[in-house]
Design a binder for this molecule. Structure first.
Ligand code: B1N
Length: 840
């Protein structure tokens, strides 16, 4: 009959050498033209660059779908353990170039596009990056998805599909101006909506106790409103394998069954308003990097995506015939900081209230399934929610947290009898005039594993922020030093370097970054050194052109490129960098004949819109740049550039062009850093403190290949304990004093003498981040850098050794450690139907 005939036709394998799978240049050209016509509805007469980009994106997407569906099939099986990475941020960066690399079809596509009369780089540059993250934490999640796929580990990333990602930054009159990021404006060819997998999320209302049929005491949640979560899926390809994992992002919508009549008789606008209210939840990414903002919408966002994801995880588990008691056998759920930690209470609610599991069993399942990564020690960054806000939004979860806390504190009492101070310190609830739920405590109590993101950071966690948890359950704690993916951060960003490396030691390093060590034997090779230097120069020339286009500034590609790119924050101390620039400037002014190594100081980074000091630091950089760059006395020796709108795309240009990487945070403040790793892999030397992963980078690179300065964490603590007085440093150091006085008197803010007063005041009176204490050490270290650069042979040797020794900082290594120590996840082979061509 008709129906079976249709089913039979649908079951026919999708054709082999057709325009949607073929990888030959001819087929690719045909497919590209076909997509331009049939998907974009354009021909060459009227197509824009964006149309061409879209046509190419669809051509590439077609070629990954067999892998994607094959992966889903291979992973949705009873005995497979899946890693669920829950993160409020995924800073994926542009997809096109990366997918070409992972599919192994870069060269064919380049040729096909060229033969179509276009330029591949221009099409790649056309993609608007999905900026669904603030900085390191979001980008780490993206690198981890890349490595999970490369290692063929079944994994799903769960997060929010923000309509507006991190704001675009413009600089006007030296100040940061924020522009909304309308990244979905021209459509997103990489995602596929799956409305059939929609889930419901409840909020607000109240709870009721009742006794169920079996005579058990139960609680019912009568929610105040319902929101619907629609999943949008993006494939995440492994490097030249058959795995394509999924990034599943949830969009908030009003329920389909919205009853206008019942909602409010005849109140059409009221009903539409309620719909808009629902959609607000996934509207915009919170642009704060670290300091906590207790906004209700943020808690709604967190609960929304976590509830959607947990329901999805349970649905998948039951679908393959799993029993809830065995959830931890099929699922490892990782909490990327505390942002998704409400998941602990939500899983308890789903198990106890909705699936009728008894409390003790539910708690065991929860603890065995969840693990928690901490990303910061800054006390102001630790998430805590006022009880009142929490209870009105999530009344049932608050009850559950109270019950978790009651039982948890009982355990603590049993282990430390009579220690009431300890009970107060460990409690999930912070007491006081205003009470708070402490999310790091919820995450720690509800997880079987807790980790920091660099060796030093993990030690400090155990010593300070989570000390009591460590004393209670030391076996939960471990370190997982961050890593970054060499596919995006070397191959894609620095193709010339990747080519030279592969030519010299083979291409095994791409999957096994430890193999870079083999480069050590070229460190003294003159011929290799000169090619290494030439590639750096090419990348610098590239960046020079970009700087000219974006800012109009002309910089010298032969000067030392000294770069600091990262979020603007006082603890990261961009202003310490500025103090050195002014110091150099003063020396040149005082002694016009002074010979110095010509340098270009390059900055990039966004400030949280409400962080006044950070915004003032941007203005400071631009103000100093204005004075220095227009002063003929220092021409050819000193340039300062602030490049607006630092993001992943721009990072890909910057790291390969850097010679000096600024990693100068106050010791003990930067949890890890990951930019430090990207710089070093691409041959930049680091000037840095013993903070975060810098410690391990220096250990690997060798202390003779690292410019170290500044107080250690212990010295910072000791100095503060003694009573730190920045005023003494100011008075005791004439060069420093001159710089501070210039800032205070308006030398760099003509006509606005008081502009930098808040900064200067803070530095001389409080200086929380010890800039003045580290100033002299930094200046001397920078001077050594300038000296070292004069010996280009020696510098190049150090540069080669840095790259050669960065194998540890591949995210593949980090993910292997998570798999072995925390997740218990193993690779799953993905079989493709025979007719799908293997990658190159
Ligand atoms: O996470 C990165 C680390 O390399 C950095 O050192 C660390 O600063 C960063 C609230 C955060 N910690 N906390 C955040 C981001 C957004 C937000 O709303 C906190 N980001 C970090 C990766 O481990």
């Amino acid at each position: 009959d008709k129906k079976t005939a249709a089913a039979a036709a649908a079951a026919e394998p999708v054709q082999i050498e057709d325009d949607r799978t073929g990888l030959s240049v001819e087929t690719l050209k045909r497919a590209f033209a076909d997509n331009l016509f049939y998907i974009q509805g354009k021909n060459a007469d009227i197509a824009t660059l964006n149309d061409y980009y879209m046509a190419l994106a669809y051509t590439v997407r077609d070629r990954l779908l067999h892998r994607w569906l094959g992966t889903i099939k291979a992973q949705l099986k009873p005995k497979v353990k899946v890693v669920y990475y829950l993160s409020a941020e995924f800073l994926m960066g542009p997809h096109l170039g990366n997918n070409l690399i992972n599919l192994g079809i870069y060269d064919q596509v380049r040729q096909a596009i060229q033969e179509s009369g276009l330029n591949l780089d221009e099409l790649i540059a056309q993609e608007e990056e999905p900026g669904l993250g603030n900085g390191g934490l979001g980008r780490l999640a993206a690198c981890y998805l890349d490595s999970l796929a490369a290692l063929e580990i079944p994994a799903i990333g769960y997060g929010l599909r923000y309509e507006f990602g991190i704001f675009d930054q413009e600089i006007r009159d030296g100040w940061q101006v924020e522009i909304t990021d309308k990244w979905l404006r021209y459509g997103n060819p990489w995602e596929i909506a799956r409305p059939e997998a929609t889930v419901e999320v409840k909020l607000g209302g109240h709870t009721e106790a009742f006794v169920d049929g079996a005579g058990r005491y139960r609680v019912r949640w009568i929610p105040g409103r319902t929101i619907v979560g629609v999943p949008y899926d993006t494939p995440v390809l492994g490097f030249k394998n058959n795995t394509a994992n999924t990034l599943r992002l949830w969009k908030a919508e009003a329920p389909e069954s919205f009853d206008f009549q019942a909602f409010n008789l005849g109140d059409y606008y009221g009903a539409v308003n309620a719909k808009m209210y629902s959609e607000n939840i996934s509207k915009v990414l919170y642009p704060n990097d670290e300091p906590m903002q207790g906004r209700e919408l943020r808690l709604e966002q967190q609960f929304f995506f976590v509830s959607c994801s947990l329901q999805d995880i349970i649905r998948r588990h039951l679908y393959v015939g799993g029993k809830l008691e065995n959830l931890d056998k099929n699922a490892a759920i990782q909490l990327n900081d505390t942002h998704p930690s409400i998941g602990i209470a939500e899983l308890m609610r789903l198990l106890v209230d909705e699936h009728n599991v008894d409390w003790d069993t539910a708690w065991q399942i929860t603890q065995d399934t969840f693990a928690y990564t901490n990303h910061t020690l800054l006390p102001e960054a630790l998430e805590r929610w006022p009880l009142s806000l929490f209870g009105s939004l999530l009344p049932r979860h608050l009850e559950i947290i109270f019950e978790i806390n009651r039982r948890f504190l009982q355990e603590v009492s049993a282990k430390f009898p009579g220690d009431t101070g300890r009970l107060a310190r460990l409690s999930l609830i912070q007491e006081g005039p205003e009470k708070f739920v402490r999310m790091a405590h919820l995450a720690s109590a509800g997880s079987h594993a807790i980790n920091g993101v660099a060796a030093l950071h993990s030690e400090l966690l155990k010593r300070d922020v989570l000390r009591d948890f460590y004393e209670l359950s030391p076996e939960k704690f471990s370190n997982k030093t961050n890593g970054v993916t060499p596919r995006r951060w070397i191959m894609l960003s620095n193709p010339e370097l990747a080519f030279l490396i592969s030519e010299s030691i083979g291409d095994g390093w791409i999957k096994n970054l430890g193999e870079l060590r083999e480069l050590e034997r070229f460190a003294n090779d003159k011929e290799f050194q000169s090619r290494w230097r030439q590639i750096k120069l090419n990348n610098k020339t590239n960046l020079t052109e970009y700087i000219r286009k974006r800012t109009g500034l002309v910089v010298d590609p032969h000067s030392l490129f000294d770069i600091q790119v990262k979020r603007i924050h006082e603890y990261k101390r961009q202003h310490l960098n500025v103090l050195y620039i002014i110091t150099l400037y003063n020396r040149l002014k005082q002694n016009p004949e002074l010979e110095i190594t010509p340098r270009t100081f390059i900055f990039g980074g966004k400030a949280a819109p409400g962080y006044f000091m950070a915004k003032l630091i941007i203005k400071l950089i631009n103000s100093v740049a204005a004075v220095v760059n227009s002063d003929p006395d220092v021409r050819g020796r000193l340039k300062v550039v602030f490049l607006p709108d630092y993001n992943v795309t721009f990072g890909q240009r910057v790291y390969p062009a850097a010679e000096l990487s600024e990693q100068i945070s106050t010791a003990g403040k930067e949890a890890s850093g990951t930019g430090n790793m990207k710089f070093s892999m691409n041959g930049a030397l680091t000037i840095g403190t013993l903070d975060g992963a810098n410690v391990e980078i220096r250990e690997e690179a060798g202390e003779e290949n690292f410019f170290l300065f500044g107080l250690t964490t212990e010295e910072v603590y000791a100095l503060k304990a003694r009573g730190y007085n920045p005023w003494d440093y100011y008075n005791g150091n004439p060069a420093l004093r001159q710089v501070i006085d210039q800032l205070a008197s308006g030398v760099f803010s003509p006509g606005e003498a008081h502009l930098f007063e808040p900064l200067v005041d803070h530095l001389i009176h409080r200086d929380e981040y010890l800039l003045l204490a580290d100033y002299q050490s930094y200046v001397e270290c920078q001077d050594r850098v300038g000296e070292a650069y004069r010996d280009q042979e020696h510098w190049t040797r150090m540069s080669i050794l840095n790259s050669a020794r960065m194998g540890k900082f591949s995210s593949d290594r980090a993910i292997r450690e998570y798999c072995e120590d925390i997740w218990g996840a193993v690779a799953v082979d993905v079989a493709l139907e025979e007719y799908v061509q293997a990658t190159a």
